[in-house]
Design a protein around this ligand. Structure first.
Ligand SMILES: Cc1cc2nc3c(=O)[nH]c(=O)nc-3n(C[C@H](O)[C@H](O)[C@H](O)COP(=O)(O)OP(=O)(O)OC[C@H]3O[C@@H](n4cnc5c(N)ncnc54)[C@H](O)[C@@H]3O)c2cc1C
Length: 352
């Protein structure tokens, strides 16, 4: 085992190279957040002519390495053991920290999933660096290879710029859905190094006996989202939102207050304390556009808002604004879609 040494403020920062990404995976495939991180890593690394290094742990890493290669990974470092098939924060953070101390990456990118957030705090302690959490944009300065990270603060009223000038690796997390997915490149080449490891006895004292099936709705992968807010006036308004989402082949989203009121489950919430989405089409009906909602949907390709108030904040972020009572506008949109695409009406009837 590598001895974890204090790497506070190294004198020679030039020895730290490349952009490392922690690769979280399920059933042989990278999770969306890790794919986004690979895309961002390629962008940063190519700017300073460095490499993208992926680190993954698990019991069968060949398919993960293939997936990572297609998304731009140049060097794949894998630690394989049947004891690593389930996430173990102590072992995972120790092994990744050992890779960090050996490989000396300049930057470490971790998707801010539950697993990623658990890991990154432990890694920061073990490698004695800092973490900028929940970053929404990243860039790298070409002259000194400093990572420039932006993150919202004070309830998203300000955006802070964070530089980690003395410690390495410069470590960040970003919420899944913050960046676009990179294109797959089936020709990309990667140096794959998978090592079999054995965990010390004290790290295998606990075992996973049962896994609860994941039921959470993943809004981040949806191409069309129709969201409703307090302007619906009541829980029943979501029937109309659901019908529009259905004819468009999309999913239902929501602002936070309607979730707090119990009109719709939390898994539909978009925003700072919900999910960050970037669909091709986002329709916001009866939503005012407070910043905590905006941060979760502002990167959508096309934003349409429906609101009775033309001075609502959401209008500033909208490509199209329908100044109308949503109960008048939405039935007309549904009828129009059914006329243009008769199949859409049948889908809606089936799912109603
Ligand atoms: C720490 C923190 C975290 C938060 N996280 C989130 C989050 O993740 N997501 C989130 O959404 N919010 C979040 N919020 C809450 C946020 O600040 C706002 O309170 C919330 O987004 C407002 O929801 P809304 O737009 O549905 O309601 P409102 O602000 O009340 O807006 C309702 C809108 O509906 C319009 N309207 C009314 N009737 C109609 C009608 N018949 N037809 C058309 N339009 C109509 C009104 O003109 C108005 O613009 C958070 C707040 C805090 C402090």
């Amino acid at each position: 085992m590598t001895e974890l040494i204090n790497c506070v403020a190294p004198d020679d920062l030039s020895q730290y190279k490349n952009v490392m990404v922690y690769l979280e995976h399920r059933e042989g495939h990278l999770v969306r957040g890790s794919v986004e991180m690979l895309g961002m890593a390629s962008k940063l690394a190519s700017k300073v002519k460095e490499k993208v290094v992926g680190v993954a742990l698990g019991s069968d890493l060949e398919p993960v390495a293939q997936d990572a290669t297609q998304y731009g990974c140049d060097i794949f470092l894998g630690a394989e053991s049947k004891d690593l098939s389930d996430f173990r924060s102590v072992s995972y953070s120790r092994i990744i920290s050992e890779y960090i101390l050996k490989e000396k990456p300049n930057i470490l990118l971790v998707s801010g999933t539950r697993e990623g957030r658990d890991l990154v705090s432990r890694i920061a302690i073990l490698t004695k660096t800092g973490v900028a959490a929940d970053c929404v944009e990243l860039d790298i300065q070409e002259n000194d290879r400093l990572l420039v990270a932006w993150r919202p603060s004070f309830g998203d009223k300000t955006i802070d710029q964070i530089l980690c000038k003395r410690h390495r690796p410069q470590t960040i997390t970003s919420r899944p859905g913050s960046y676009p997915l990179p294109e797959k490149d089936t020709e990309h080449k990667c140096d794959v190094k998978i090592t079999k490891v054995t965990l010390p006895k004290e790290e295998t004292a606990h075992r996973v006996l049962m896994k609860k099936e994941k039921t959470k709705l993943d809004l981040t992968s949806k191409k069309i989202i129709v969201s409703g807010g307090l302007g619906l006036g009541g829980k029943d308004g979501f029937k109309l939102i659901g019908e529009l989402a259905s004819v468009l082949g999309g999913e239902v989203g929501a602002s936070r207050p309607v979730v707090d009121l119990g009109w719709i489950p939390y898994e539909h919430q978009v925003g700072q304390t919900g999910q960050t989405v970037r669909p091709k089409l986002y329709i916001a009906a009866g939503i005012s556009g407070k910043i905590q909602h905006i941060v979760g949907m502002k990167n959508s390709e096309i934003i349409v808002s429906i609101n009775t108030d033309p001075s609502a904040e959401i209008v500033k972020y909208s490509d199209y604004f329908i100044n109308s009572d949503l109960y008048k506008a939405i039935p007309r949109i549904i009828e129009s879609v059914k006329t243009i695409v008769p199949e859409a009406g049948k889908t809606a009837q089936k799912s109603a």
